[in-house]
Design a protein around this ligand. Sequence first.
Ligand SMILES: [Zn+2]
Ligand SMILES: [Zn+2]
Ligand SMILES: [Zn+2]
Ligand SMILES: [Zn+2]
Length: 185
Amino acid sequence: MSQIKKKNVEETRADPLRCPGCKQRYRYGGGIRQPRALGCGHTLCELCIIDKIKEPKSPGNKPEFHCPSCGKEFIVRDASQFPVSWLLVDLLQLAAADTGSCLMHGRPRNLHCISCTTWICQGCTKVNHPIDRCNVQSIEEARSGLRTQQKWDLEQVEETWGDLLQQLQVRNNNFGIFSLLGFFH
Ligand SMILES: [Zn+2]
Ligand SMILES: [Zn+2]
Ligand SMILES: [Zn+2]
Ligand SMILES: [Zn+2]
């Protein structure tokens, strides 16, 4: 059992943006793959939480759920009783950032359209993502959003960030958006 637990932890560390339950990448923008914080420090996608909620054996008992990583027990009826991990949502958005140029305008895609959940360039805000229709966020805004998260959240994710950045560095061989974000200062 302890070996299984250890394996889970290692796999999660290998890709912190992947759900340790189903090994699928978390998604943002709502839906069943969005990450939810369990309250024991672990995170699971909504589908895995739904999957692991055990109906009570006798009518008087409450439905229970055990964290697959640490075994902590929670009495829950619904996955929505666990809050969405907004910090992971932010990380997912940033990880999805494409540092390449916009094919249409040839400018860096350094703006995040929250409405369309995509990264766009300055030129795109005048064409496909007008201000009256789309909620566009600059990299600076994305960064300050991350930094105003609760302190315990940041401490919890500090290690995650390290792993994530290392991976991205290996994958892309450059720091791209992350150096822009100032995480190496
Ligand atoms: Zn899952
Ligand atoms: Zn746990
Ligand atoms: Zn563009
Ligand atoms: Zn848009």
